[in-house]
Design a binder for this molecule. Sequence first.
Ligand code: CA
Length: 223
Amino acid sequence: MHVLVVEDEPKLLENLIIGLGHYGFEVTGASDGVGLDAALVEKKIDVIVLDLGLPGEDGVEIAQRIRAQSTIGLIIVTSRGLIEDRIIGYEAGADLYFVKPIDIGELAAAIRSVERRLAQSPGSPWQLEIESSSLITPGKIRVRLNSQEISVLKLLLSKIGEDIGRTELLAVLGLPDDISFYSRLEVLISRLRTKVVKSDPAFPLPIQTRYSRGYAFVTESGA
Ligand code: CA
């Protein structure tokens, strides 16, 4: 579990890094939004602990921006303790909101709780989130899908590792099994691959083309 702590007060940042380290987390520190962006590119972060009062981009804006494109765990730890502030924090997308000072043991428990929410679907690192019409990549990036893409991915993800014939794929799209529709299927899969790789270059969509048969969603673990 890798936690990214964003805190501009050096002593507090150091205490959080050391304290969470004692609870068994791998911890990276950043002092502002720029440092956070750099860490997100370099490392696979599971949960972000975010201060709101930061130099440069404010923590609330950072939270909104992160949440717009990712389901990553987000815990706000701030000195802003008013109910209005808490509401703003939750509306910006925080999973949990704590007012300083926070007990390090409580923060560690909160991080584990958020992580359990993220690990709700143990079958595959790829998850479909139907409510928001999105695919969640293993990097926790949310990729918006159209209804056809959802139908196809739903079928492929329901039978991971299996070859799914064109007939079956065309059927979920409401199209007849006719050679004239094969190219539409190819275009749809190809656009889907492009869309995912643009959103999360670290995790190309593992859909394999089965020559003259159809497609298969194949993950490394086979799970
Ligand atoms: Ca601060």
